[in-house]
Design a protein around this ligand. Structure first.
Ligand code: SF4
Length: 430
């Protein structure tokens, strides 16, 4: 008699499986914001998740008169009945797995905090944990069956094709007859058949001693839908994921839907704490900023600074800033930075430092490239002196202006990213 009680199984959701559940193509490379979301969900679960699983063999399997009975309970699935009859199954293992309540509660908290992307990635990680637990439980059951001269059949659950979800309650009641102490407060089944926490699964696996049947008919081999790596009992290569009861798209945030429809996911926070007044940012981004987008999403930026010298009768001066940014999936990393007097500017020679040491000032202007190589968002972690005077005579004044330019660029791109596209609802992203 097999009984497995795992209250703290090791969880190792494979990256490829998680990526599939998120709905990304196989060859999609997770980076930037996606990478952060994936890593954050994985990290949170490793620190806070409480997965568990339970499995119990029941010997009283009755397939007579076209009915499927386990113990005293009759199930409605003709499909499962046919599978058991075909494989000449003589017992079943009932399985319950769960990613735990904490995972669902945290996902709901993220939703309440208006973090739809974090919510979605957490939800899908929970689904990945459930699939992983099923494969781990399968590994133990297949190993046990092999040692007893038997083979396990593919797991099947209420809600899968050919098995009405309403049988979930019957299956749950049957499980509780045997493993009640293990489920204390951990799982509930609603009248609709829905599980609470929803990142859980109830399943049945047939056990047969007729190994030739289990080996000869592909549909009786569970391995094709089992992602367990390095399984010593594997009878067929892994080909496809198990069926999903959950509709992933209903969980998708607006931002991810946009990503899947080909629009880039925002990487800049429009609610960032700018040091410059938003009205000034808006005005400068309209009047002084020029953005050119390359086909790969990179951005060439031009910004015209206008100020006056602090002394020498306050002469008007103009400087041009040129910045090149990587595409959004590379976090708008700053690839190039240049600053020099605008062509035809006549004011800059009257700055004190230009009159004292013009070559040194030119050299400093050309060499100072703060935040080069860093993501554009880094401007908010850059501690620089507040020094709004008009000239470029010392480093603090020059850095203040670079900060201003980078904030204007950030403001303009963040507005552009979050602007409603083609009449769609505004994307929500913290
Ligand atoms: S790979 Fe096959 S034998 Fe191994 S655990 Fe999965 S279903 Fe069982």
């Amino acid at each position: 008699m097999l009984e497995l009680v795992e209250t703290n199984p090791k969880v190792g959701v494979q990256e490829s499986e998680y990526q599939r559940l998120l709905g990304f193509p196989k060859n999609y490379v997770m980076r930037g914001r996606m990478r952060e979301l994936v890593d954050a969900a994985r990290r949170w679960y490793a620190e806070n998740g409480r997965p568990w699983f339970y499995a119990r063999q029941i010997n009283t399997l009755d397939l007579t008169a076209g009915k499927l009975r386990v113990g005293e309970t009759e199930f409605s699935s003709q499909q499962l009945h046919h599978q058991f009859a075909e494989a000449q199954a003589d017992s079943v293992v009932l399985v319950a797995v769960s990613a735990g309540r904490e995972c669902e509660e945290y996902a709901q908290q993220l939703w309440r905090e208006s973090k739809p992307d974090e919510y979605f990635f957490m939800e899908m990680f929970g689904s990945g944990v459930v699939e992983h637990l099923v494969t781990v439980a399968s590994g133990r059951i297949c190993g046990w069956a092999d040692q007893h001269g038997a083979a396990a059949l593919p797991h099947y659950s209420p809600g899968y094709s050919g098995w009405d979800i309403s049988d979930q309650i019957k299956l749950w009641n049957l499980l509780r007859q045997y493993g009640a102490p293990c489920f204390d407060g951990k799982l509930d089944v609603l009248e609709t058949g829905m599980l609470r926490p929803k990142k859980s699964l109830l399943a049945v696996m047939g056990i047969t001693r007729h190994l030739e049947k289990a080996r000869s008919l592909t549909r009786l081999i569970p391995c094709e839908a089992c992602a367990l790596s390095d399984c010593q009992y594997r009878r067929a290569p892994y080909r496809h994921a198990p069926p999903q009861i959950e509709d992933v798209r209903t969980l998708m945030s607006h931002a991810l839907e946009n990503l899947h429809s080909g629009n880039p996911l925002p990487v800049l926070n429009p609610g960032a704490k700018y040091t410059i007044n938003p009205r000034a940012l808006g005005k400068w981004s309209q009047e002084r900023l020029r953005l050119e987008f390359s086909p790969d999403g990179g951005v060439a930026v031009g910004f015209r600074y206008e100020g006056t010298t602090c002394s020498n009768m306050g002469r008007a001066l103009e400087y041009d800033y040129h910045v090149r940014l990587a595409p959004p999936e590379d976090q708008y990393r700053i690839l190039e930075m240049h600053c020099a007097p605008a062509p035809g500017d006549t004011g800059h020679p009257f700055q004190c430092e230009c009159l004292n040491a013009a070559a040194a000032l030119r050299h400093n202007l050309a060499g100072e490239k703060p935040l080069l190589g860093q993501p554009l968002n880094a401007v908010f972690n850059w501690h620089r002196e507040y020094n709004p005077s008009g000239c470029f005579c010392d480093r603090a004044r020059r850095e203040h202006k670079w900060g201003l330019v980078l904030e204007v660029i950030h403001f303009a791109l963040a507005q552009r990213e979050t602007a409603p596209a083609h009449g769609q609802a505004e994307m929500i992203l913290e």
